[in-house]
Design a protein around this ligand. Structure first.
Ligand SMILES: Cc1cc2nc3c(=O)[nH]c(=O)nc-3n(C[C@H](O)[C@H](O)[C@H](O)COP(=O)(O)O)c2cc1C
Length: 218
């Protein structure tokens, strides 16, 4: 059986993937923060985003939305807008002018220097609505969890394509700035940003907490 993108889908997944290989694949994904300048073909970006949309979502409403930036002028527009907000936040935190300048420049360069920048948004438009705040909050969390699933799937699909990627949280701190800079629909709420590109270096794996620390087994 083939899906519309030509990938084979087998219902018995154990025949499709070798379990050991899959664990290795999942454990070898790294957050990559330095990229080669090589562009990423649009077809590869589309493949990655298509895989991202196979993530599970609450009520299957697929509340994720993606703004994809590959041209320098749009990346610069976004970076400049976010830099203003970031600088304001750091000033409020009373950092020294030197520290502020360094952090803002670094943040700006990361956006303009990444071959592909993807902003993940949620759109609540098709999610359920409730009259009470508690259930409405749960519904909102469901949308963000669903979008995070797509974000994770995006990182793994990038890894499958030999790309490096990293999840960046800064749009959460400046959602309106991102929305305005990219002229996104008001219903698109920025949640995260991903930088993608061919890795310039692959860092060592970061240690994981031991299972005893994070599991309560019954
Ligand atoms: C919700 C979330 C937010 C993150 N925000 C940032 C970020 O703003 N900047 C950054 O460089 N990495 C960010 N990361 C990447 C983490 O630092 C990284 O996943 C972690 O250090 C583990 O490293 P690994 O991904 O290589 O296993 C974020 C990851 C997640 C899941």
């Amino acid at each position: 059986m083939r899906d519309k993108n030509g990938l084979s889908i087998k219902l018995n997944q154990s025949t499709l993937i070798n379990t050991t290989d899959l664990h290795t694949f999942l454990r070898t994904r790294r957050s990559i923060r330095r990229f080669k300048a090589d562009p990423v073909p649009d077809s590869v970006i589309e493949q990655i985003l298509t895989t991202a949309t196979y993530a599970p979502s609450a009520h299957h409403r697929q509340p994720w939305r993606f703004a994809v930036l590959t041209d320098l002028s749009t990346k610069t527009k976004l970076a400049d807008a976010m830099a203003v907000e970031f600088q304001r936040d750091l000033e409020a935190d009373s950092l020294s002018p030197e520290e502020i300048e360094k952090k803002v420049a670094n943040s700006r360069n990361r956006i303009t220097g990444a071959p592909v920048v993807i902003i993940l948004c949620i759109d609540m438009i098709e999610m359920d609505t409730y009259p009470d705040a508690q259930r409405q909050k749960a519904e909102y969390i469901m949308a963000t969890q669903s979008a995070a699933n797509a974000g994770m799937q995006l990182l793994l699909a990038a890894h499958a394509e030999g790309l490096g990627s990293v999840w960046v949280c800064s749009p959460l701190f400046a959602p309106n700035v991102v929305q305005q800079a990219l002229e996104l629909s008001e219903t698109w709420e920025p949640q995260a940003m991903y930088f993608l590109g061919y890795p310039a270096d692959i860092p060592q794996p970061r240690e994981r907490k031991p299972l005893e620390e994070i599991i309560k087994f019954f």
